[in-house]
Design a protein around this ligand. Structure first.
Ligand code: ATP
Ligand code: MG
Length: 575
């Protein structure tokens, strides 16, 4: 609750204005029965004229107009605030998620994170909006209606309100049940959307394995269970309305019985009776609302808790308390680097190498040998142990994280592009890049001509709503993006695996001028991509098993020479 209140406090004036408008509406609402009472009494006493009735009619009309205006304002202020609180919470969550480390997303399920941003944010909005309205309404209506009823007849009030607290209790337990069922429905719904999403993304695999029928059976199962869960909710709701009506009718029956008698005995006037019945009607809603709003607030608080759990998760990887500001040239030194994703289970052991500005290091090794792991440790996507990676003599762990990451262009193994234009994707790491820089980067990555042939050139949309790029096109765009970023350290993690060997060597040739002043790491499965490196390390099961230049490595027996000869053979066969 405290989290919720803290976020609402920011909008206290809007909330106050909303509550004032709500108060005015409620008070006007409460005046109407008084007018009706006067009208009925004057009818009953026989001295009503059309003039008098017209006057009462006009009063009511005036009040209705007043209510209409202020109802607009309370909705505007209170529901508006609820939307804003929801927006703030979402922004806060999104911002925090971006700061969290890669490890967090390994552990947390995407669907659940999405649920926080949707269902939980919704529940918070409902709690804020309807919470304020129902609380104020309940308060105003119950006090004033009750006051008016007591002033008409205390005993009648006593009789008729007896069933109402039962209504509240009933509503409370009922609300819990409905909430539980509703959660069930929501959960099934997320499972269903997730399964559709997965099927759509994996449509090629499904078709390739001819699994449409199996997929359909699975979906039908989920879809059916969605109906079953919903039917439970339907049944409970179905029983709910009649029970509420029953209690309300009980009150009205008591009113007729006890109040009617009082009219006959002339203890109260017919006008009193009519007004009383209106006030009684006004009491019923707040009694239901108390139960309802309690649930709503509980739900909102629970959602806030869930979101705060994430907000309280500290990013594992941050700048140290007293970071060093650095302007890096890029001389990398790795010493005795041992690392595992899980404590005490190393994936790479005792890695040692040094790269000076202007030099290239090549890394070769079988799949799963730990190549990507090494390069993810340099920008601290995962955290290396202290004292194991230095750039320009400074431990990466003691630098400003931003300084460190800004000096590295990493082209990851999976080239991810965002659903926007090619141009925006390219300038992602360097928004100020000019047209000629962009063209140059595209030419270096050997993709300029292909982009220019696309319908809108640089402004072509990529991703879900735009053109679908091939794996090789995506990789080359990712390289152009990294070239544009122009950072002192340049890392290619198997970034040319989807282009043919010829294009690869052309790109590497194009890059050579650009790389003269950079510190470069190239990971590749192809020896041809590595032969110009100043030093190549050969990795096997997390250990460096050999190192040297291309010439040195092919002069002795080992993995490198073996792979080299295999690939040479392939080339000869193909060529
Ligand atoms: P490839 O040539 O296939 O890209 P690689 O040499 O790049 O392989 P890595 O991605 O570094 O290999 O993986 C090395 C080992 O670390 C693998 O056994 C892999 O299962 C494990 N691994 C990789 N990423 C993670 C992670 N985020 N969490 C836990 N284990 C991981
Ligand atoms: Mg890899």
């Amino acid at each position: 609750m405290r989290g919720l209140l803290k976020r609402m406090l920011k909008y206290k004036f809007q909330i106050l204005l909303g509550i004032i408008a709500l108060l005015l509406v409620d008070l006007a609402q409460l005046v109407i029965p008084l007018i009706v009472r006067r009208a009925v009494d004057s009818l009953r006493s026989g001295n009503a004229t059309s003039g008098i009735l017209l006057r009462f009619g006009l009063y009511i009309l005036g009040l209705a107009l007043f209510i209409a205006v202020f109802r607009f304002f309370w909705r505007y202020f209170i529901m508006g605030t609820a939307r804003k609180v929801e927006r703030d919470v979402r922004n806060e969550l999104y911002y925090h998620l971006l700061k969290l480390s890669a490890n967090f997303f390994n552990k947390e399920r995407t669907g659940e994170i999405m649920a926080h941003a949707t269902n939980d944010a919704n529940a918070i909005r409902m709690a804020v909006g309807m919470g304020i309205v129902a609380l104020s309404d309940t308060f105003i209506y119950s006090i004033f209606s009750l006051g008016a009823m007591i002033s008409i007849s205390p005993t009648l009030t006593l009789y008729t309100v007896i069933p109402l607290p039962i209504l509240t209790i009933f509503m409370l337990s009922f609300g819990k049940l409905i909430y539980k069922l509703f959660e069930d429905v929501q959960r099934t719904f997320s499972t269903m959307t997730e399964s559709v999403r997965e099927a759509i993304t994996g449509i090629r695999v499904i078709k390739g394995f001819a699994q449409e029928n199996g997929q359909l059976r699975d979906f039908e199962k989920i879809n059916n269970s969605f109906v079953v869960k919903n039917m439970k909710l339907v049944k409970v709701w179905g029983a709910f309305q009649p029970v509420i009506n029953l209690f309300a009718s009980l009150s009205i029956a008591l009113l007729l019985l006890v109040g009617g008698r009082k009219v006959i005995l002339n203890e109260i006037s017919l006008g009193d009776f009519v007004a009383f019945s209106s006030y009684l009607g006004m009491m019923i809603w707040p009694m239901i609302a108390i139960g309802w709003v309690t649930n709503l607030l509980q739900r909102g608080a629970a959602s806030m808790d869930r979101i705060e759990r994430i907000l309280k998760t500290e990013p594992e990887i941050t700048s140290p308390p007293h970071p060093r500001k650095v302007k890096l040239e890029g001389n990398i030194c790795v010493r005795n680097l041992t690392f595992g994703y899980v404590p005490n289970k190393p994936i790479i052991y005792d890695i040692d190498f040094e790269i000076k500005q202007g030099e290239k290091l090549g890394i070769l090794g079988r799949t799963g040998s730990g190549k990507s792991t090494i390069v993810y440790l340099i920008p601290r996507i995962f955290d290396p142990p202290e004292g194991s990676i230095y750039i320009d003599g400074v431990d990466v762990r003691s630098m400003y994280l931003d300084d460190l990451r800004k000096s590295i262009s990493l082209v990851p193994q999976e080239s991810i592009l965002f659903s926007t234009t090619i141009k925006e994707n390219l300038t992602y790491g360097n928004p100020d890049a000019g047209e000629d820089e962009i063209i140059n980067a595209l030419k270096v990555a050997e993709i300029y001509d292909e982009i220019m042939e696309m319908p809108d050139g640089l402004n072509t949309q990529v991703g879900e709503r735009g053109v679908t790029l091939s794996g090789g096109q995506r990789q080359r765009l990712a390289i152009a993006r990294a070239v544009l970023r122009n950072a002192p350290i340049f890392i290619l993690d198997d970034a040319l695996s989807a282009v043919d060997a010829e294009t690869e060597s052309r790109i590497l040739r194009n890059l050579s001028d650009f790389l003269k002043t950079k510190t470069t790491i190239i990971i590749s499965h192809r020896v041809s991509a590595l032969k110009d490196c100043n030093q190549i390390i050969v990795l096997d099961r997390g250990k460096i098993v050999d190192r040297g230049t291309h010439e040195e490595l092919i002069s002795r027996e080992g993995i490198y020479k073996h792979i080299y000869e295999m690939q040479k053979l392939e080339e000869e066969v193909a060529g």
